[in-house]
Design a protein around this ligand. Structure first.
Ligand code: ADP
Ligand code: MG
Length: 621
């Protein structure tokens, strides 16, 4: 018997749960479901985003309503159209083996008459945004005077968005005897006020600590000069080739501008903000869900509804005005038990805010340095090699092989590999050769948190940086890899530092005195039957700085050029992940016509916005 069966759920729901693939209830589900099924009670449930609140109220509400009665029996209020549609969709999935249950979504930006018609056909459950609901009540298009259940989902978000009056008005037209279930990630005063006003003796459930961040999200900040913000963003994207992220800006204008720049520079990015039409926003979200967009640049308001699993990074391009908002932003990643990273790009004057956020989320930030050009090149190069290795061959290609073999005849395997990699890589390395180090110095926090607890002298002394062909794919994170290395190499507590784990490979530092030992031992070790390969990286991983706080590593390779902070990407390298037909990015026509040479050969993306018929990037779970 699985744990869902112990909660008192009906057969039809249990069947649907199997289809959903849920194996065990989440904590909020385990607490809320039996309570709501057994009792007619009001409820206040506090739980972070991504903890499974929809099912926590969705299963009980479906089980409790009377499917034979066509009256509206439950009203679910949620902050955005996106969420409304998601909840509706989920409820339909939950109730698929339950005959006669109708769930109707009611939200702005779509035909009100059509929604009214759907309701008239008999909707036992209405999922609505407060604004549109109020509108429908005013026009007499809906009757909620008989409801038994009212659910306020993401109550804090709704109040944040200024729906207080609407909510009060809506609740006033519902019967006093109904039960109200309030779900929220945080408990600000306004939410408490609604609770007091409209609930009697509510049961309370708290999952995790109030207001605290999710345990599956780690928090990092990167200190830069204000003029380098955008360059930093690009480097972070380049250092994470599989990034699937939401990038937050403060204003609509910045959101639009940054997205445009990214597109121009060859990234698969798109903007999401309130100045877009509903159809445009839908298109963007569809493409994001389909992973045709890797970087969704969004305002806080527009991103509220986003519930996309497997987001790898949330990037705070600018910190929010209200630091409480940080929690909502970072909750877009680390969902459903997956790990996620929330990154903040800060300038020195904003460092204070990092400490304030730490107090709110009750978690520490790890201070990291923006990867240097060389480190990024290495990451991309290994990523490319891994990708070549993992690529499945489409045998359509067989027809062309004789001709291709003719052309390449006489090249040895080694030469061929070098040339193949160079095709993609040369232009990329040329770009990064010219760039300078952009990590700002001067944080007093360098020795705090995460793996930056490196011995101080290494920041000046010069450490050896290695890369090694094991990574998160081998189930390492930076802590476990550090432990593994220390143990394998028989090194002391702080001898291995700046461990940076990527998917198929990782970087780490040691003092130069250990270099021989590392190379000797590690190159002769096997991990689950696979030979470990370690090499000395050209990059020193921020371990060495000159007086300007610049990474001397950047200068070794060709001179740096001032005044060239955000040169356009030359596109070539990026084609390894962005070239259609696999994927339709949102790259502007201009940037794609700029792309040249071999990466031009393949037919490219269709021009339409968010066409999901295009093949997609493989999902990485
Ligand atoms: P919240 O409303 O708390 O932000 P959601 O209800 O949107 O969270 O759930 C987040 C994700 O977790 C969704 O993709 C959902 O399908 C998934 N999920 C919910 N409950 C479970 C469960 N018991 N087991 C596995 N996945 C779940
Ligand atoms: Mg939710």
């Amino acid at each position: 018997m699985n744990k869902f069966e112990q909660l008192g759920l009906s057969e039809s729901l249990l069947k649907a749960i199997i289809d959903l693939g849920f194996e065990n209830p989440s904590e909020v589900q385990e607490k809320a479901i039996p309570l709501l099924l057994e009792k007619d009670t009001d409820l206040v449930a506090l739980a972070q985003t991504g903890t499974g609140k929809t099912a926590a109220f969705g299963f009980p509400v479906i089980q409790k309503i009377d499917a034979d009665n066509r009256n509206t029996q439950a009203l679910i209020l949620s902050p955005t159209r996106e969420l409304c549609l998601q909840i509706t969709n989920e409820l339909k999935n939950y109730s698929k083996y339950e005959k006669g249950i109708n769930v109707v979504a009611v939200y702005g930006g779509a035909s009100i008459t059509e929604q009214a018609r759907d309701i008239k056909r008999g909707a036992q459950i209405i999922v609505a945004t407060p604004g549109r609901m109020q509108d429908m009540i005013n026009r007499g298009l809906v009757n909620i005077t008989q409801i038994n259940y009212c659910i306020l989902d993401e109550a804090d978000e709704m109040l944040n968005m200024g729906f207080y009056d609407d909510i009060v008005n809506i609740l006033s037209t519902t019967p006093d005897e109904k039960n109200t279930w309030l779900f929220s990630a945080t408990m600000p005063a306004e939410v408490a006020r609604i609770g007091k006003q409209f609930m009697s003796n509510p049961e309370e459930i708290t999952v995790g600590t109030k207001n605290s961040g999710s345990a599956t999200v780690s928090h990092e900040f990167y200190l830069v000069n204000a003029r380098d913000r955008y360059e930093a963003l690009k480097r972070l994207a380049d250092a994470n080739p599989d990034i699937f992220s939401v990038v937050f800006c403060r204003t609509k204008r910045d959101t639009q501008a940054i997205a445009e720049k990214l597109i121009e520079d060859g990234y698969s990015a798109a903007a999401l903000h309130g100045d877009l039409s509903q159809a445009q926003r839908d298109g963007v979200m569809k493409s994001f869900r389909g992973r045709q967009i890797q970087m969704l640049v969004a305002t806080d308001v527009a991103a509220r509804g986003i519930d996309v699993d497997n987001v790898t990074h949330v990037v705070n391009y600018q910190l929010p005005d209200e630091i409480e908002t940080y929690n909502h932003r970072s909750g877009r990643t680390g969902r459903a038990g997956k790990l996620g990273t929330s990154i903040v790009i800060v300038t020195k004057s904003e460092l204070r805010k990092i400490s304030s956020i730490e107090r709110i989320i009750k978690q520490k930030f790890e201070e990291k340095t923006i990867p240097s050009g060389i480190e990024i090149c290495e990451i991309q190069l290994l990523h490319l090699a891994n990708k070549i290795k993992d690529t499945e061959v489409d045998h359509e290609i067989d027809n062309y092989l004789p001709a291709i073999n003719d052309v390449l005849e006489g090249l040895s395997k080694e030469e061929l590999i070098k040339k193949m990699v160079s095709v993609e890589f040369n232009r990329f390395i040329n770009y990064y050769k010219k760039t300078r180090d952009i990590s700002a110095s001067g944080s007093e926090r360098r020795d705090r948190g995460g793996d930056d607890r490196a011995p101080r002298e290494n920041n000046n002394g010069g450490a050896t940086r290695y890369f090694v062909n094991i990574g998160s794919r081998d189930n390492f994170d930076w802590m476990s890899l550090k432990d593994y290395l220390k143990e394998t190499l028989d090194l002391g507590r702080d001898d291995v530092f700046k461990v940076d784990v990527k998917e198929g490979f990782s970087f780490f530092n040691t003092d130069p005195e250990h270099t021989d030992k590392v190379m000797d031992i590690l190159n002769n070790v096997q991990l689950e039957g696979r030979r470990i390969n370690v090499e000395i990286s050209k990059n020193d991983g921020g371990g060495r700085r000159d007086h300007n706080g610049r990474n001397s590593g950047g200068r070794r390779e060709g001179g740096r050029r001032e005044g060239n902070f955000a040169p356009r990407r030359e596109g070539g390298f990026r084609s390894d992940r962005n070239a259609a037909p696999r994927e339709g990015g949102f790259r502007g026509e201009r940037s794609s016509s700029r792309r040249e040479g071999s990466s031009e050969r393949a037919p490219r993306r269709s021009e339409s916005f968010g066409d999901s018929s295009r093949p997609r990037r493989p999902r990485r779970d």
